[in-house]
Design a binder for this molecule. Structure first.
Ligand SMILES: [Fe+2]
Length: 196
């Protein structure tokens, strides 16, 4: 019996075009994420991790189990951070705090993009918040996710090469630039609202 299942995408596989192709979604969501979930299910079978919440598995594991659990979490978070006809700016309290911490939305965007471009090798860039609502842009290497640092993730960008190589080859910068057209700010705002 499988514990974790590939979650449904909230959009069609071709809906993020021309920024992320159907081909990339078919591999990234349909193969990479599916493989992490398959590995996770095999690894927890017959262990105390079976029937644990994904977040608790991440907080209580290491090595190959941590990697597959965290990559499952990170990818689900990533695909939920995107939507067709997204982009623009957030509103409400989130925009106010972005403006007060970075000066303006464009400066925040530049700082997040720079973090995504400068991450060496494979990993993730996150916008997260602490319990007081203070925002942080962080880089995490490989599978590592911000739950380890007691931060609540709000938005993430996958900068593993498998996320962009089919569409952009080595041009990570172009992929990052286009990411801003498909950010699901309404979902990010909602997550932030729950913290404050
Ligand atoms: Fe990925």
């Amino acid at each position: 019996m499988e514990t974790f299942k590939l979650p449904k995408l909230h959009y069609l596989p071709n809906a993020l075009e021309p920024y992320i192709s159907e081909n990339t979604i078919n591999f990234h969501y349909g193969k990479h994420l599916a493989t992490y979930i398959g590995n996770l299910n095999k690894l927890i079978e017959g262990t105390p991790f079976k029937n644990m919440e994904l977040e608790n598995i991440i907080r209580n594991s290491e090595g190959v189990l941590y990697n597959n659990a965290a990559q499952t979490y990170n990818h689900i978070f990533f695909f939920n951070s995107l939507c067709p006809k997204g982009g623009g700016k957030p509103g409400g309290a989130l925009l106010e705090v972005i403006n007060s911490q970075w000066g303006c939305f464009d400066a925040f965007k530049a700082a997040f993009s720079a973090a995504a471009l400068s991450l060496f090798g494979s990993g993730w860039v996150w916008l997260s918040a602490d319990n007081s609502g203070k925002l942080f842009i962080t880089q995490t290497p490989n599978a590592k996710c911000p739950l380890d640092d007691e931060l609540t993730p709000l938005l993430t960008l996958d900068v593993w090469e498998h996320a962009y190589y089919l569409d952009y080859q080595n041009q990570r910068g172009k992929y990052i630039e286009n990411f801003w057209n498909i950010v699901a700010w309404k979902s990010v705002e909602k997550r932030y609202h729950h913290i404050r």
